[in-house]
Design a protein around this ligand. Structure first.
Ligand SMILES: [Zn+2]
Ligand SMILES: [Zn+2]
Length: 91
């Protein structure tokens, strides 16, 4: 098995080389998804935190979904409606 490749990581090797290869691959994928989002790819899951975080889509629907989940995560309402309101104003 060749170390320093994402497939080695997928086969269960989490040595430094393989972890780094996997990390870089994840960044690449995210960047590619972001480019597809910018180009208006219809498979972007709008209105989900995945759309916001994984695809880098900051449309109103994705921003709202992300705001709601952040709010749940922090459980104290640190994020208020301002994010959504400003996103809605831009759209
Ligand atoms: Zn390895
Ligand atoms: Zn979106």
């Amino acid at each position: 098995m060749k170390h320093g490749t994402p497939s080695a990581y997928n086969h269960g090797c989490h040595c430094d080389e393989c972890r780094e290869a996997n990390r870089v691959r994840c960044l690449d994928q995210r960047e590619r998804l972001k480019q597809r989002t910018i180009q208006g790819d219809p498979s972007v899951p709008h209105g989900t935190t995945g759309g916001y975080k994984n695809w880098g889509c900051h449309c109103v629907e994705c921003t709202i979904a992300n705001t709601i989940s952040s709010r749940e995560y922090y459980n104290a309402g640190k994020l208020n409606g301002e994010v959504v309101a400003s996103a809605a104003a831009e759209a």
